[in-house]
Design a binder for this molecule. Structure first.
Ligand code: NAP
Length: 245
């Protein structure tokens, strides 16, 4: 059964597709309010039209860090309060097995790391003052090890996990929940070019994430991942290299 989202006043960054869109839709569907942020304003408007008065679209490119403090104030004013912040923006361009490409790498660093930090800093600053609320960031099981296929994507998620842990260690003492989600494969635009096995739907992922929003800590979306990644994290590096996973 879906978790109740009545009374939720949220900002979702990365709301135009995939997991972020579905989190936005489920909050609005359940009676909450959301400021939905991404670059593709047409997508946001389409979604907002389905839930009049519940979704407020806001166009922002997370790589434009200077605009974030004002956008944050604008968003909280629309909601007259804020009790949930979700950072779901992310990019994972295709990277060939022998490719090392700083342009693609920089894009991932700008969106998955710098954009996340710039937005989450604002949420943490506000919530440590108001002494309530939840900050949720979408990491990945990909951040658990340095896997050969996507060096910078993996490293960007490792960064996000460590940054979120540090934010948690700062602001949970003020009653703020700081939640890192580590999904496995989810069917979205990001992964449509991949042949994913056992991928979760964006709907199911969003429902689980909303259910975990007040559970401070790190969470996988499947119980089997808890066990599998406890093992994978502890495989010695020389062996991990040979496994090519
Ligand atoms: N799908 C998976 O298997 C999977 C697994 C683990 C973790 N994740 C993580 O889950 C999160 C959501 O991914 P998804 O699978 O839902 O992908 P998606 O459908 O491609 O959605 C990505 C979102 O990021 C936004 N975004 C990208 N660049 C942006 C920018 N410069 N400024 C603002 N927003 C930007 C996109 O909006 P615009 O393009 O409109 O700006 C879109 O809303 C990501 O952090 C991803 O790394 C995904």
């Amino acid at each position: 059964m879906p978790t109740s989202v009545i009374g939720v006043k949220a900002i979702v960054v990365g709301a135009s597709s995939g997991i972020g869109r579905e989190i936005t839709r489920q909050i609005a569907d359940g009676g909450g309010l959301v400021v939905a942020i991404a670059r593709r304003g047409d997508r946001l408007e389409e979604l907002a039209a389905l839930y009049p008065g519940r979704i407020f679209p806001m166009v922002q490119d997370v790589t434009d860090h200077d605009s974030i403090p004002n956008k944050f104030i604008e968003a909280t004013d629309k909601l007259t309060g804020l009790n949930l912040f979700v950072y779901a923006s992310g990019v994972m361009p295709e990277v060939g097995p022998q490719e090392f490409n700083i342009e693609k790498d920089q894009q991932m660093i700008d969106v998955n790391i710098s954009g996340a930090v710039a937005w989450i800093n604002q949420a943490a600053l506000r919530m440590q003052g108001t002494k309530h609320g939840s900050i949720v960031a979408i990491g990945s099981v990909a951040g658990e090890r340095g896997r050969w296929e996507q060096p910078v994507y993996n490293a960007s998620k490792t960064f996000l996990h460590a940054y979120m842990e540090a934010v948690r260690n700062r602001v949970s003492r003020y009653g703020v929940h700081v939640v890192t989600i580590k999904p496995g494969p989810v069917q979205t635009e990001m992964t449509e070019r991949l042949k994913l096995k056992n991928a979760m739907s964006a709907e199911a992922a969003a429902e689980k994430i909303l259910g975990l929003r007040n559970r401070t800590g790190e969470h996988y979306l499947k119980f089997t991942h808890l066990i599998a990644f406890a093992i994978i994290r502890n495989i010695p590096s020389f062996l991990f290299r040979r496994l090519k996973i």
